[in-house]
Design a binder for this molecule. Structure first.
Ligand SMILES: Nc1ncnc2c1ncn2[C@@H]1O[C@H](COP(=O)(O)OP(=O)(O)O)[C@@H](O)[C@H]1O
Ligand SMILES: Nc1ccn([C@@H]2O[C@H](COP(=O)(O)OP(=O)(O)O)[C@@H](O)[C@H]2O)c(=O)n1
Ligand SMILES: [Mg+2]
Length: 220
């Protein structure tokens, strides 16, 4: 039977790399959610090392657009400075492109979906591949971290980000409460949510993350 995921992705992969690399495996999609500074990116690196996922950070993809001076760059920069959420069509397009170009079938989508609008937009993309994967992610991780700890971490992050200042952090925390928590609650009701107590050392936190993916490895 026609493999829609395969036919969609190999055409682009061939164009980009000049090789035929058919995707044989069904995609496995993990959303990585949590407030700013909750440790999403840090734990994604460990998940990649241990379980071989492709890491797609929505924030990194948006920052790359700013750096490349693309048409949307100025709008994205202003939105990030304000701690607001970039229109879904922009972010979803960037994520979709990365997925299509990837040789991997296991995806960690970090910092997305941050709003119900983000969630629904991505579901529309997945519904085009529905016979393959359905519209739901396989796993949703939620790094649950107290606000004062998140503020402390972000102020110490030192990556030169335009949004890592106290004024923008306060706005981001408000956006997280108002717009991102409903997405987290949605996946909780769907039985997809794995909540991690995101306090302690990086290694201690990873020991909560590890068994979640280890269980999926043994299932296949
Ligand atoms: N468990 C931890 N304890 C203390 N600091 C941490 C921990 N995990 C990550 N950090 C640091 O906190 C900051 C934010 O982490 P990051 O992974 O960028 O979070 P997020 O992607 O959720 O914003 C970084 O400077 C990171 O090195
Ligand atoms: N799905 C997303 C993800 C990030 N963003 C923007 O990018 C900023 C940084 O996102 P990020 O995921 O890199 O931030 P952290 O949670 O890692 O600190 C957000 O505050 C938003 O302004 C967005 O608009 N939509
Ligand atoms: Mg991050």
């Amino acid at each position: 039977r026609l493999n829609t995921w395969e036919s969609l992705t190999t055409g682009i992969a061939q164009q980009a790399k000049g090789v035929i690399a058919p995707k044989e495996k069904t995609p496995f999609i993990t959303f990585v959610l949590g407030g700013p500074g909750s440790g999403k990116g840090t734990q994604c690196i460990k998940i990649v090392e241990t379980f071989g996922f492709a890491h797609l950070s929505a924030g990194d993809l948006l920052r790359r657009e700013i750096a490349s001076k693309s048409a949307d760059g100025a709008m994205i920069l202003n939105t990030i400075k304000e701690g607001k959420i970039v229109p879904s069509q922009v972010t979803v397009k960037l994520i979709q492109k990365e997925m299509e170009l990837s040789d991997n079938h296991k995806f960690l989508i970090d910092g997305f979906p941050r709003t119900e609008e983000n969630r629904v937009s991505f579901e529309q993309i997945l519904s085009e591949w529905q016979s393959q994967i359905g519209v739901e992610p396989n796993v949703v991780l939620f790094f649950d971290c107290p606000e004062e700890e998140m503020v402390k971490r972000v102020l110490n992050r030192n990556e030169g980000r335009v949004d890592d200042n106290l004024e923008t952090i306060k706005k981001r925390l408000t956006v997280f409460q108002a717009l991102s928590l409903p997405v987290i609650n949605y996946y909780s009701e769907k039985g997809k949510l794995y909540t991690i107590k995101a306090i302690g050392t990086e290694d201690e936190i990873f020991e909560q993350v590890r068994p979640i993916f280890a269980a999926f490895e043994t299932v296949g």
